[in-house]
Ligand binder design. Structure first.
Ligand code: GTP
Length: 322
């Protein structure tokens, strides 16, 4: 939910239908000057009433996504005649605020009323607030975001909310949506436990499971302390240094962006993307299909581990994860 023009349909298209957008872009490539799928969202029209999508996610999970058009007439109807339909059986409400919006008070008033509707019909729903179009925010952006976040938390009363700053032009949108989807996956903790076992079996620093079409992070292994990465091995100062490697906090978002761009390049030369492996001077990365709906990425800092062994481990673990 959120005001008209705040960017709901754009983000939905980019996150859930990135593959479709890319196809459209390929088809139009001779007419579209920009190479960025985000810029295609400028062509989207206003959403009329509610657009519902059922997205098959991780095989048996169906993500039922309602994109509620934000024009005032629609908002008024959601809060009155359609109140029961809109706010019942909600798992997560995502409310989008345009950081540049002029009609802030009206925006907050609708938001408060939506929170009341949610409290009445789906009291257990999680609430995510996206302070969107952060690329347009004035500098310093972090201050602008913190101010807006505080304002939204105050408007939320006693409701628990999670606030993200997002933009379709960088990885922030992906980070927020990974968090949102993660709360909807019933067995995320079990998956994470299995991935941690798998990471230990591969002597990996980290193992990450991505959803196939969106490349959102489903689960990751828990961090393993350095020396236990190679049990039984005497630790040398060089090995200690490798084990203490620092992991970049935006690594998931950036990896996802890179892989999506790579998949895009593959589709342009009519090749299908299946897997890749990379051996750099200080780490090895292997990405491969884990199940019908997921890809797994293994990161290893131990130079004695062969990529063939990692691929074999993936093959052997597939049945367990399917
Ligand atoms: P309704 O369907 O009327 O409720 O609007 P909406 O919230 O679905 O808005 P929509 O997704 O149609 O986006 C409106 C405009 O905002 C489009 O021109 C998008 O390109 C633009 N937009 C969306 N996200 C961003 C963003 O992160 N940054 C910038 N600069 N523009 C954005």
């Amino acid at each position: 939910m959120g005001a008209s023009g705040s960017g709901k349909t754009s983000m939905r298209s980019l996150i859930l239908y990135v593959a479709i957008l890319i196809l459209i872009q390929s088809a139009l490539s001779s007419h579209v000057s920009s190479n960025n799928p985000a810029s295609l969202t400028a062509r989207l029209g206003a959403t009329i009433d509610v657009e519902q999508n059922h997205v098959r996610f991780l095989g048996d999970l169906i993500l039922n996504l309602w994109d509620c058009g934000g024009q005032d007439a629609f908002m008024d109807s959601y809060l009155t005649t359609q109140r029961n339909t809109i706010f019942s059986h909600v798992g997560v409400m995502i409310y989008v605020f345009d950081i540049e919006s002029q009609g802030t008070n009206q925006d907050l008033e609708y938001y408060r009323e939506c929170m009341e509707g949610l409290k009445q019909f789906s009291p257990n729903a999680a609430v995510f607030l996206l302070v969107h179009k952060m690329d347009l925010a004035r500098e310093p952006k972090s201050e602008v975001f913190e101010k807006k976040k505080k304002e939204l938390e105050e408007a939320s009363g006693d409701g628990v909310v999670t606030v993200f700053g997002t933009s379709i032009y960088d990885e922030s949108l992906y980070k927020a949506w990974s968090s949102i989807v993660h709360t909807l996956i019933p067995n995320a903790a079990v998956l994470s436990r299995h991935l941690t076992t798998f990471a230990a079996a591969c002597s990996a620093t980290e193992v990450i499971l991505f959803e196939r079409t969106t490349f959102l992070v489903i689960a990751t292994s828990s961090p393993v302390a350095g020396p236990t990465l190679s049990p039984g091995k005497p630790t040398t100062p060089e090995q200690d240094a490798l084990d203490r490697h620092e992991l970049n906090p935006t690594r998931y978002e950036r990896t996802s962006e890179l892989i999506k761009a790579f998949k895009h390049s593959c589709s342009r030369v009519r090749e299908e993307f299946h897997s890749f492996e990379m051996e750099l001077y200080d780490f090895t990365a292997v990405l491969d299909e884990m199940t019908r709906n997921t890809y797994v990425l293994i990161i290893v800092h131990d130079p004695s581990i062969e990529t063939a062994a990692l691929k074999l481990n993936i093959r052997m673990a597939r049945r367990k994860f399917e």
